[in-house]
Design a protein around this ligand. Sequence first.
Ligand code: PSV
Ligand code: MN
Length: 424
Amino acid sequence: MILENYQIASHNSELLAKHQRRLAFIADEVADTEAIIQKLINFQIGIPSWALGTGGTRFGRFSSGGEPRNIEEKIEDIGLLHKLNAASGSISLHIPWDTADDVQAIKALVAQHGLSFDAMNSNTFQDQAGQAHSYKFGSLQHVNKGVRKQAIEHNIEVIRQGVELGSKALTVWLADGSCFPGQLNFRTAFQNTLESLQEIYAALPADWKVFVEYKAFEPNFYSTTVGDWGQSLLYASKLGPKAYTLVDLGHHLPNANIEQIVSLLLMEGKLGGFHFNDSKYGDDDLTAGSLKPYQLFLIFNELVEGMDARNMKHHSDLGWMIDASHNVKDPLEDLLQSVEAIMLAYAQALSVDRKALEQAQEANDVARAQELLQQAFRTDLRPLVAEARLRAGAALAPLELFRKIKVREELIKSRGLKTVATGL
Ligand code: PSV
Ligand code: MN
């Protein structure tokens, strides 16, 4: 479905007067809103190809209809999101779910929508038809060299496809681990995984990065071979300068202090990227910021402070991706909400009075430090995020426009009610 500029323009003109009043109020409250708006315009979030269909649970899957049936339609959906919010400028593909038959046509389609390719994801957590070996007992960690070799070759093939498309990173998430004590030797599993990753690393082009994603549990429930940031950092350090840790917000044990993890990874120059989502219990894959917006803000607070301390470019030095997909919302509405929440947390973090916070920390003025953070968090900066969208030619209220022009109904009309996107 194509969203026309005039539809955006007429939507914006209806909301403009109210928006400008709210913006003027913020400009009065917050220092240097212009700099914040510019940073927001530059900031882009990668959309995972697997989030465009309804995510299921192991108990069921309820399609919202009109789901993209192939990679072309996934790109069209992300193009639509980007047109609505000017902040969903890249796509993260999962192989083999998204293997492109006609690479040139896919590249042209992506360019036509003003998008680019974010990190490529390999998949050695499912068996594919015709595959020689099973990943039932792991992939890169496997006791059988033949299985490891197959998984290594798959990752190298994903890099090859990524190079053709113009991606610059590979994300490796492994389901490897064990379900029962005694099932595997932890050190052997680590060493096998490291050696396998080394072979994949050797196949990386010079300007590529590899992100080692960790996860505490699921699908294995006793041990996970890349189970936490410490293990991921060990692999990334042993691999070399092109290897980094990827933080998925849903992959920690309950109450983990993710903002502290982020801060230390940045200090070590080993934070590579993010998978945003929210959760209450485990890897719930809920909309970013839907449950714990303050935590999301605290994470961005560390990101902004840590990136500035290392003179990093906010928009391009880390991979910013969403990894969320669940059962009850329209997936496109969910993604619009996630992007909005991420942009808002970023804006809030940019508005923190850093000098005053540093002084409070130096003076052990704990109450003042809290006031400063909560001042930034509790000031409603949504008009700044909306202004960034307006200046980039997108909609002041993307979700409202999405509903007004009946996107889902149109997609159902053109694609059908019973379509199922590839992915989870
Ligand atoms: C695993 O839970 C994960 O977070 C990894 O990033 C996968 O690539 C993605 O979800 C989809 O399974
Ligand atoms: Mn993830």
